[in-house]
Design a protein around this ligand. Structure first.
Ligand code: DCT
Ligand code: MN
Length: 448
């Protein structure tokens, strides 16, 4: 991956920087040029206007003084428990606080958007530009940089480039202008060279499958074995919430996902409540009913922690160990943290093992093939991204799927659950379309 580079589409890059950097209310068809005030500048001016004074928009101290010293928003806030910092114990200017205040005054919303645009611009425009060489980027990969055994990347951190488009909203209540939503899809800046196409192979629900294997939960096992063509999270949603499958919405599915991963990784009811936007009591009830229905998950969590206490380490499916001496700490918080890390490592570390094995096996298979020339260009944890010569797509797709799904039967693993790979392809990383299942080893049902 390091000896190969990925092409960046200059036009798309310019479009994105223009969206972020340049005013987008064009009265006439003005040329997009740099002397127009940038979107950040514009937000800064809006902030000064609604604050009634000029201040350093990036200074949290000055912002705090205006929000709470001058505008006294904390006194008007229905929430009595805004998190506080600093000597004067004024509320912080964190995202959570600003969100809680956004209906009281236009300033918090403007600041939130300023931060979002700034972050997007620095990561996806300035950050990428700084890493570009001859119109391409090539990340540096670190094999020993994470505690779970996942790979990590820098310059650029291609694994951190959001899969989902980022939406930036213009505040609606400023100067009576309509709110406009901008969509930025950072992945669409990466393109395959002429004659090639990107092919992405994504392990579906790898962590949930690993968890199912490790816990042996019969309900989950049944779900994965029987409904191979169905979407497991949708079925799961219908099952534990007791609603018919056809009434499960995308939002329900996402909610289930959050509940599942919170239950496993020990996020706790407060964090779950915050991320679902429900009350703490509701979140607690979700976790409880979920763990009630899939009893072996709770058992697995407890067994993992107990074993870690006994040995001082936790091991991944391939036997890689993480030492966790703090599992014996006196301090309850440190101990609870080590316990969460133990369970997280068992599942995520095992998923990392599988993904690395997939990389090695696909590489070996391509090297052994007299015809295939596909190259791995990036590993995004559970997703492998390849550059493939266009005519070779069908053959390579079948090989990748076959190789990755066959990991289920590796003797050292003997997974109780089937593995499922979804394939997509396209000219740009941001616009991959699902590949139809072609003929090949994957076309046969793999029920066992
Ligand atoms: N993850 C997590 N907490 C969440 C969501 C995800 O810890 N709220 C972790 C666990 C799975 C991993 O990130 C990959 O996330 P997704 O791809 O969103 O999950 P998935 O199980 O693969 O589900 P999907 O079928 O939607 O891709
Ligand atoms: Mn996924």
């Amino acid at each position: 991956m390091e000896s190969h580079s990925i092409r960046v589409n200059r036009g798309e890059m310019e479009r994105t920087s223009a969206l972020l950097g340049v005013r987008f209310y064009f009265r006439a068809r003005l040329p997009v040029s740099s002397f127009l005030p940038s979107r950040l500048k514009e937000l800064e001016q809006e902030a000064h206007f609604v604050a009634g004074e000029r201040f350093h928009i990036t200074s949290n101290n000055q912002l705090r003084e205006i929000l709470f010293g001058k505008l006294k928003l904390h006194l008007r806030s229905p929430r009595e428990t805004l998190p506080r910092t600093g000597l004067q114990k004024l509320p912080s200017t964190s995202e959570a606080v600003l969100s809680a205040l956004q209906d009281l005054h236009p300033l918090p919303k403007i600041i939130l958007e300023y931060r979002r645009v700034h972050k997007t611009k620095s990561a996806f425009v300035d950050g990428l530009l700084a890493c570009m060489r001859k119109g391409s980027i090539s990340s540096t990969w670190n094999q020993t940089g994470t505690v779970t055994g996942r790979l990590s990347t820098r310059h650029p951190n291609i694994q951190g480039i959001s899969r989902h488009p980022i939406q930036i909203t213009k505040p609606q209540d400023f100067k009576g202008l309509e709110g406009t939503v901008l969509t930025i899809s950072p992945r669409s800046m990466f393109v395959a060279p002429d004659g090639y196409t990107f092919l992405a192979a994504d392990f579906s629900q790898i962590e949930l499958r690993i968890l199912t294997h490790l816990s042996g939960d019969p309900e989950l096992l049944k779900l994965f074995r029987e409904s191979e063509r169905d979407d497991v999270f949708s079925t799961l949603t219908s099952q534990w919430k007791d609603i018919p499958p056809e009434r499960v919405t995308h939002a329900d599915r996402e909610q289930t996902k959050k509940v599942v991963y919170s239950a496993v990784y020990g996020a706790g009811k407060e964090r779950l409540a915050a991320c679902l936007g429900v009350t703490v009591q509701e979140a607690a009830l979700f976790l409880e009913t979920f763990l009630q229905k899939y009893k072996k998950i709770k058992e697995f969590v407890q067994t993992t922690i107990a074993q870690c206490r006994q040995t001082g380490y936790v091991a991944s499916i391939m036997g890689r160990r993480r030492l966790l001496p703090r599992v014996h700490a006196q301090d309850q918080q440190l101990r609870a943290q080590a316990e969460r890390q133990a369970v997280n490592f068992a599942v995520q570390g095992s998923a990392a093992d599988l993904c690395k094995m997939a990389m090695i096996r696909v590489f070996t298979a391509v090297a052994a093939s007299p015809t295939l020339t596909a190259r791995l260009v990036a590993q995004l944890h559970d997703e492998l991204l390849f550059e493939v010569e266009e005519p070779q797509v069908p053959e390579f797709a079948a090989l990748v799927r076959g190789t990755m799904e066959a990991l289920q039967d590796v003797p050292a693993l003997q997974l109780q659950v089937p593995l499922k790979v979804s394939l997509s392809a396209g000219q740009s990383w941001g616009h991959l379309v699902p590949l139809q299942e072609g003929p090949g080893p994957s076309a046969q049902p793999t029920s066992r």
